[in-house]
Write a protein that binds this ligand. Structure first.
Ligand SMILES: Cc1ncc(COP(=O)(O)O)c(C=O)c1O
Length: 405
């Protein structure tokens, strides 16, 4: 099927004159030749492109949308604060209200600091850990994504120099052997271990922690004075509203939050245990927009709404249904669809087929009004419904039918 995309293509040509590459950062990977390039509007779990095509969205703005696009409750909370003032020379009390909400919600949180993007909270977390331990090295998972600062990127990436990762040690996910080896080689230099609560790499299946993995990490880190940082930027509020680590029974020192915490309004947070509060107080980390009060009001409303509607149960039910139905539909076509990760963040892969086959399948889904990707996990929201899941499975099956013909 062919998508109507004249306006999108015309505007993208103009964008290439004004913006290097036409689009930047991770949105660059999302733009496909045959696909929408600019949206005109969004509502609930849907968006429309500038050619008038409507999409059921399984990407949710790459995570932030969790209660539906233009959720009236969240938008009203933000608007009320905008009307009072957004960026003013001193902070608004809404900052404290949000801090109280986060400290009440996230079990390890005894204090919080705010930023704009997830990368702010991961950068700040590492600085706090270094200040607390007087050590410099960062132990992380190979290919674990924590943002776009120098130490977070692969050495090979353009603009990155070797010394950006001089203090970074990477180990394979779920490998206790590699972790222990790094600890025995460098424990006097390692300030922190930073990882997502489970592995959700690009272009590979997601992988949950093996039994005892986090408990081993926790024991070793406690013994060696290494700060445990959970990067909950992507997973936050989609697994457990007390912090995703609760699903895996361990207790980190710092938790980085972002993406879904304000349903799309720009804000991120670092929360931590009391033992790190003084170090957090000493570290200087700031940004002109860190104090915007409308996103803080939006975040408080989002966190309250997530609790009120029992968001985790809604997304788990939808995600479990999607996994079962999609895997069984694929089987009807003689194809094995692997759905990995947690229910609210499914990663799809078609077993024993080239990547090209998967990309063709996602293109066929796209042309039928389902927005998904071939290389990244997807996101569910409370705005998705059971009938959306039925529609996703039906589009997925039509798309398989068309490429297997
Ligand atoms: C696990 C994780 N950490 C950190 C980040 C960085 O967040 P941001 O892009 O908001 O800076 C991301 C972004 O995708 C992420 O997925």
């Amino acid at each position: 099927m062919k998508l109507k995309q004249n306006s999108s293509n015309k505007l993208f040509t103009r964008a290439q004159e004004l913006i290097p590459g036409g689009i930047f950062g991770h949105y660059k990977f999302a733009v496909r030749e045959e696909g929408p390039k600019f949206f005109s509007k969004a509502r609930d779990a849907y968006f429309w492109d500038i050619d008038g095509n409507k999409y059921l969205d399984l990407i949710c703005g790459w995570g932030p949308m969790i209660l539906g696009y233009n959720n009236p409750i969240i938008d009203k909370a933000a608007q009320t604060q905008y009307d009072l003032g957004n960026t003013v020379s001193i902070a608004s009390p809404v900052m404290l209200e949000l801090a109280e909400t986060l400290v009440d919600m996230i079990d390890i949180a005894e204090w919080t600091l705010f930023g704009k993007n997830g990368g702010d909270s991961t950068q700040l977390a590492v600085m706090v850990a270094r200040e607390e331990t007087s050590k410099s090295k960062i132990l992380k998972i190979k290919d674990g994504y924590h943002g776009a600062n120098g130490w977070m990127q692969n050495k090979e990436n353009p603009g990155i120099i070797d010394s950006d990762s001089d203090e970074v040690i990477s180990v394979s996910w779920n490998s206790i052997e590699e972790f222990d080896e790094a600890i025995s080689n460098f424990s006097n230099e390692i300030a922190c271990f930073i990882s997502s609560p489970y592995d959700h790499p690009t272009s590979r299946d997601s992988s949950l922690p093996s039994s005892g993995y986090w408990q081993h990490i926790q024991n070793k880190c406690n013994e060696k004075n290494i700060v445990i940082i959970v990067d909950d930027v992507r997973t936050g509020f989609r697994i457990n509203l007390k912090g995703s680590h609760n699903a895996f029974n361990f207790s980190p020192d710092l938790v980085c939050l972002g993406k879904a915490m304000a349903n799309g309004y720009p804000i991120s947070a670092l929360v931590g245990k009391d033992s790190l509060k003084e170090a957090a107080n000493r570290v200087y980390f700031s940004g002109t927009q860190f104090y915007n009060s409308a996103p803080m009001a939006a975040s408080k409303a989002t966190l309250e709404e997530l609790q009120r509607v029992n968001a985790i149960e809604i997304m788990n039910n939808l995600g479990n249904k999607l996994k079962i139905d999609l895997e069984s539909t694929a089987k009807d076509f003689g194809v094995e669809m692997k759905v990995t990760g947690v229910p609210a963040m499914p990663y799809f892969r078609i077993e024993n087929k080239e990547k090209d086959f998967h990309t063709k399948w996602t293109d066929e889904c796209l042309s039928r009004g389902l927005y998904l990707t071939s290389y990244h996990n997807h996101f569910l929201s409370t705005a998705h419904t059971e009938s959306d899941i039925t529609q996703i499975v039906s589009i997925a099956s039509e798309a398989l039918d068309s490429i297997l013909k």
